[in-house]
Ligand binder design. Sequence first.
Ligand code: PEP
Ligand code: MG
Length: 876
Amino acid sequence: MAKWVYMFTEGNATMRNLLGGKGCNLAEMTNLGLPVPQGFTITTEACTQYYEDGEKINDEIMEQIMDSIVKMEEITGKKFGDKENPLLVSVRSGARASMPGMMDTILNLGLNEEVVNILAEKSGNPRWAWDCYRRFIQMYSDVVMEVGKKYFEELIDKMKEEKGVTQDVDLTAEDLKVLAGQFKAEYKKMIGEDFPTDPKKQLIGAIKAVFRSWDNPRANVYRRDNDIPYSWGTAVNVQMMAFGNMGDTSGTGVAFTRDPATGEKKLMGEFLMNAQGEDVVAGVRTPQKIAQLQEVMPEVYKQFVDICHTLEDHYRDMQDMEFTIEDRKLYMLQTRNGKRTAQAALKIACDLVDEGMITEEKAVAMVDPRNLDTLLHPQFDAAALKAAVPVGRALGASPGAACGKIVFTADDAKAWDARGEKIVLVRLETSPEDIEGMKAAQGILTVRGGMTSHAAVVARGMGTCCVSGCGDIAMDEANKKFILAGKEYHEGDAISLDGSTGNIYDGIIPTVDATIAGEFGRIMGWADKYRTMKVRTNADTPEDAKKARELGAEGIGLCRTEHMFFAGDRIDAFREMICSDTVEEREKALEKILPVQQKDFEELYEALEGNPVTIRFLDPPLHEFVPTEEEDIKKLADTQGKTVEQIKTIIDSLHEFNPMMGHRGCRLAVTYPEIAKMQTKAVIRAAINVQKAHADWEVNPEIMIPLIGDIKELKFVKKIVVETADAEIAAAESDLKYQVGTMIEVPRAALTADEIAKEADFFCFGTNDLTQMTFGFSRDDAGKFLESYYDAKIFESDPFAKLDQTGVGKLMEMAVELGKPVNPKLHVGICGEHGGDPSSVEFCNTLGLDYVSCSPFRVPIARLAAAQAAIRSRED
Ligand code: PEP
Ligand code: MG
């Protein structure tokens, strides 16, 4: 019989895949002898089985759950469903990778009216008993029955108003009892039946709800953004309750062993007395700083600090912990490697190396490459920032510089972002439903909540700037306005946030580009030491090339030359070329472009300082270049000595029903060899000139022919290139070396790579087109139906962003295996968008590619991902 349920005493930290992060760490803390309320974990496999069984918990799993409840009863001396001595439990999710706030939790399960009455009397603490019950009804109704929180919150607000109090804690036992009654009535109204009294029924409902929450929309979005496969499932942890809401000797909190925003080594955290877990993270009451616990309960504080040391030493990473104090006794409810900003990740990794806790390789492995993106975005201009006067200040919860127009709802954030506006989302507090709006925003500002509030945790995870807990804001969410420092701000007004200091500024503060220095530089240095693949960049302008060099690019893997035809008056000459009737006319037009293009290449070689530069010949269909405005058509007709009608006829003749599969790539060179000739001349002349000027560089241009599907296509274009290049080199009496290679972006090229490799000095996978043509999805239109594919669980991610290793990857593997034996000197890279995606980079490492090439700002991400891939492949 399969084992679906593990007591905490049966697990350990290595069982993450089966027990989830929370479950395996609860087991590990139990093994370490730490005070953990005992319980059990239902495995992630049980979750997968639940879905396989048609959203049912099968008898075998059910039996093991009930057996484990009996074991819990033996350990705790309490009885599930007992009136006098009831075992009350929490039910929490816990996937392999932590997904803060994305799934559901239910506390105080096992209560009903009869039990509460007895508990209220026996404990001498009726307020606690009724507080637990009203919370349970609220959470159960929301999570299990999906009634929605707001109805209950409205009832609480009404009660507080009636009683003339502002805080939940000021409500009396009697108030809470009345509320519990109102909640149950609300439940009955919404669901049509009484609130369940049977603890077993409650438990099953709660476990199913946690399994279901794996598939809720926000969890699906989070998984997609964080590369977490749906197939993993979530575990469920059932744990004896420890009560933080028993009065002033109880409380609950969360803490980090290092600052998750900056990485500084100091205990950071927050707690609330007389509260339960959700109160701290929900940001409804502003909590106290963890250091104040030393004054409130010195012994508990000391014990907690000791535990923090034990855990950090044990896991050798920054820990994020949840704890509860029940009547002066400390309980640990969770520990995990804490989510952190990119800046903190780099500092913590370097500090741990300096403290002798981890190796350089481990440091490289522990930084998430995707997070680096935030560090590469512009920062505030230091002088402008110094001159600016903040209009408010709150907690710098997630660093970064955010400037934009104010919006007040997550939906507005999405809508404004979709039309290209930069926005700052201002909310009273955020909730998990806001995640997509938070993603769309440059920055997030909240009125309530601390460093561990939902907004702070999620923003840090996403690398979005966040300033939280600005109590000075007088918010009017309903009318989309707020007052701060005497000024009324409305939707669309500009605001700037500094996520490091927590400062808020009126208007837009200028920003400057980021640089790689300090800890960032150190980690990048280590990454370069351990990686085996090179990292190049996709750049078409000297500016991009220089930026990429600064960020560590070791060459250009793709220069899309078509981008050079659009600028200035080149487009005129190019249009003349397209609309020519004879070869001579065409050559005359191309002659005008040649010197300009040559200059472009010279600047690129200069920027690359002797590193390889791959120049891809003209690729897109010609109709992209023809004029559309009447005025431009007329101008072209005049220059060509043709009528407007004649030009329009040519333009019409260029129309294609399926341009992505049409007259583009090498097909253009086959039709118009003059273009390939001109481009070859420009590449070679530029290289000769730059080589002359820099004798110590090795200028070695790589000419890349796009969209080859048949060896004969390559042979045809290569002949033109070689004849032209050799003539240029001979005429200049130079000994310049050059290479001719091809993109592998048509499936037929991959399938016949053994033939193609005979003619090619290199292959470069154009996985944008290869994905398009392997799936038969238009790369320009797939976005229109991908959402439905995600909903239907056909795809978990966009194959144009994250490489489809199974299909497209198989073609790549085949091309490498067929090509290399035929041409041992063949070098192979990738230059599709996937070259900057960490999981795709790892795949390329497995295939033994020589380099990945990506856009300039992704270069550091690719360097780190390549190092991680190399380290992991050595470990396997
Ligand atoms: C590709 O197809 O992957 C590629 C890099 O070329 P382009 O995007 O220019 O078609
Ligand atoms: Mg392509």
